[in-house]
Design a protein around this ligand. Structure first.
Ligand code: RIB
Length: 340
């Protein structure tokens, strides 16, 4: 079978040659059409159409010295938490006519690194990253090559590396303390892998709350690592938990998607919420309040997270010093953990 002929992508030089004008005139037709006579403009537009020429935005921005595209990589684009964060990013970028390139690492460090290389090749002004791994040396190397970096949803370990995050230790404490106040003395924690810093910090918060209540975490905490931070992971983790006859009477979930899966499995198994098992989530995404059993959740300021991260990235591009921003979460109590 013959291999398809790969047509070379038409260049700005091809358009200039076909329209019998200079490359600068083609560039003016694209960027400052008022500077080109109507007849010349028509000839160039006809050549662009005939060659199916697509201007290379990054090259144009690079030539003009005004790179106005930034990249962002989140862990799971299907998680409404990240889509709300992305909205905050975009609302800040559009104030300065910047464009966002959004990517999904699927919690996979190798996929994250592939997107970082792609963004660098495209000549982005900077990147905002929710790291999928504990290590961030690859992000420091990227910054050393001139690409500004802001950690998103993750506190920075370095004073000269900007970050925007929520105090996840406090968030874990809020969730666990609330369940203890409801009378539970053992808590199951459906958590993500400890390679993800947010998961480590939420676990730390749960342990602190148990110890403050005079409980031994080794006895009072049952941590189950879910295979993925979503509803499927929540279902799998809850099935594992219910396999044990003396499972805890309370489940804290690392995020609301995981809690959604937990509620599904509990309902499927005839377990009453909160009478038999109380459930608490994290993020307080839009669906949390709308569920059949409205979900108690640790609210994160999602739009503000994204908006502030973009603000720090644009500030870095203007030469401002790094800044570490830490928001505080709040607990929103609903029917999934309390009886009226
Ligand atoms: O970033 C890790 C987790 O923190 C995400 O799943 C999101 O839900 C936030 O809670």
């Amino acid at each position: 079978m013959s291999t398809p002929v790969q047509r070379r992508r038409a260049s700005i030089n091809d358009v200039a040659r076909l329209a019998e004008v200079s490359v600068g005139t083609v560039s003016n037709v694209l960027n400052r059409p008022d500077r080109v006579s109507p007849t010349t403009r028509e000839r160039v537009v006809a050549a662009i159409a005939e060659l199916s020429f697509v201007p290379n935005g990054s090259a144009r921005q690079l030539r003009a010295g005004t790179i106005t595209t930034v990249g962002a990589i989140v862990l799971d684009i299907a998680n409404p938490f990240f889509t709300d964060v992305a909205r905050g990013i975009e609302d800040r970028l559009t104030q300065d006519d910047y464009t966002l390139m959004l990517a999904n690492s699927e919690e996979d460090p190798e996929r994250e690194q592939r997107y970082l290389r792609l963004f660098e090749e495209h000549g982005v002004q900077g990147v905002m990253v929710v790291p999928s791994d504990e290590r961030i040396d690859h992000l420091l190397a990227l910054r050393a090559r001139g690409v500004n970096v802001v950690l998103l949803d993750r506190s920075s370990p370095l004073d000269d590396l900007s970050s925007v995050a929520v105090d996840d230790v406090s968030g874990g404490e809020l969730a666990a303390r609330h369940l203890l106040e409801q009378g539970h003395t053992r808590i199951a924690f459906l958590n993500g892998p400890h390679a993800i810093r947010q998961c480590v910090e939420r676990h730390t918060g749960v342990v602190r709350a148990l110890e403050a209540a005079g409980l031994d975490p080794a006895e009072a905490l049952v941590e189950i690592t879910v295979p993925s931070l979503n509803a499927d992971g929540g279902e799998a983790g809850t099935r594992e938990l219910l396999a044990s006859a003396d499972h805890p009477s309370a489940i804290f979930c690392v995020n609301d998607l995981t809690a959604l899966g937990a509620l599904r499995t509990l309902r499927h198994e005839g377990v009453r919420v909160p009478d038999d098992v109380a459930v608490v989530g994290y993020d307080d995404v839009t669906f949390a309040a709308e569920l059949g059993t409205p979900l108690t959740s640790v609210r994160q300021p999602t739009h503000a997270l994204g908006f502030r991260a973009a603000d720090l990235l644009l500030a870095a591009a203007a030469g401002a010093p790094a800044e570490q921003v830490l928001f505080q979460p709040e607990l929103v109590v609903r029917a999934s953990s309390t009886t009226p």
